[in-house]
Design a protein around this ligand. Sequence first.
Ligand code: G6P
Length: 616
Amino acid sequence: MCGIVGYIGPREAAEVVVGGLQRLEYRGYDSAGIAIFEPAAGLQLRRSVGKLSNLVARLSREPVTGHVGMGHTRWATHGNVTEENAHPHRDTSGQIVVIQNGIVENYLELKARLLELGYQFHSQTDTEVIAQLVGHYYREEGALEPALRRALAELRGGNAVVALCAAEPDRILAARLGNAGGVVLGLAQGESFVASDVPAILDYTRDLIFLEDRELAVITREGVTISTLAGTPVERRPVAVPWDPVAAARGDYKHFMQKEIHEQPRALMDVLRGRIDQEAGRVHLDDLRLDDEALRRVRRIYVTACGTAWHAGLVAKYMIERLARVQVEVDYASEFRYREPVLGDDALLVAITQSGETVDTLAAMEEARAQGVPSVAIVNAIGSQAARLADGGALYLHAGPEIGVASTKAFTSMLAAAYLFALRLGQARRTLGPAQIRAHLQALVELPGKAAEAIERALPVCAELAERYHRASDALFLGRQVSYPVALEGALKLKEISYIHAEGYPAGEMKHGPIALIDEDMPVVCIAPRDGIFPKMLSNIEQVRARHGQVIAVGNVGDTELAAKASHLIDVPDTLPLLQPVLSVIPLQILAYDVALRRGCDVDQPRNLAKSVTVE
Ligand code: G6P
């Protein structure tokens, strides 16, 4: 979750950039750096490890002056927190600088190719690979824009990239790939701005243009020119952002829930930041206060949570048991706290909570503490009570504030965090070697991009399905194994915001009761990815169809067999089976949202519910 700011105009660029970065520091503060073009001396870089104040101090000792430049606050993903790894990064010639927010999924591949061509690297980052690649193509093209286009065409993953070339100081280029890294352009008289988020530039302008996926902007003093990466010009008028800070935070979205659904690719990326080392095949959870030995001693894990977080806990059980081979029990916190649990001295409690303030979850953590059992919190709210209570460490989601009462991005981030935790445990317990961990990490870094694809695929289908089914009075959600908690979560999303009665069930249990409810009016949502249990799911689908139920299947892209069996198919990309819930749940969130909209419900603040339940 890095922050990016760029400026071109009559002001001192360093002041604008540093001021903007201060507004974005919440996005990361492992290091910061700026590049300013000084007409007499060329590109000047200043980079410092740690908070932005370190960079500011450095700039006062070694000032830079110029009217075009860019800067970055870093939250490390690839490579440690060092000055060499701080952005901006340069190409070999030193004439091109690049900053990035995102992950280059195939950077190892690209780096190997560039190394073979004789390029030398000075950092461990994926961003330096972009800089070198742009530099490489610049030698052939002789201009930044075509060189950047060629480089971007080879990147996989979600990124926001900003580049500047000493030979073309009249322009900054910015591009967005995927939904992970936002890019906002700011327009004013004789000056232009670029940033990863609105607050960075609101002091100067409220005329903003949001760059869409696979678009590139050429930013000059006179304004911006946008085109697709394929080169087709794009006409987009600036929007004037409102003064109301809540509305400003909601941006272009109608509801926070909608915004948060769309933030998932970014949130999924942010949960990985600084925690994975793809080259070594290792997971680093520095916020865990349990070392390898402590993790090896754990014989049993109690996962405890409420609501959506409890559904994440159910998935976490599969992840931890399969990857780390530790026995896991999952409890509702409100049940756990009163059942006088027998924990044992080789146990670990894992509390999962978005707010970190849910009263029952906190009480469950207290119970563990009373029994001398350490607890780890998988938590979103920084500094919350759960984070403070977690003597085994708080594993932060870094998903950003979740405002919509119906949890979306926190849920998928919890799944990714639980996966990291399971890998970390497997690493300590040696149930997984580096090569296996590397394969899991590759799947994790591909997840944000796939989540973005899942959103894009689901939007039109869900709109149609919502139109058709929004008057339903009941709905059933079925899944098996890891897709069972997804079914529970899909049902919860629908009932909490649309007030349609919905139930989630393990598909194998359908015959023991719920099948009696099925008739031709009953939508039955079946989560059926191509995993080991798929054939069983398929026969459950047949059983629903035989009772004339309307089957809405969530399956993998290209599954013609499933498409033939279901009344409707919503397809999501495939990934490793234990990560599939992250993608399968996305259409269910969108479906619930679309249905609630059509029923005229208050999506962000459904009746009777609260975002944080701090009472029993
Ligand atoms: C409330 C919210 C849910 C949330 C649950 C647990 O019911 O409406 O969205 O899943 O509390 O909250 P937590 O903050 O502990 O994750």
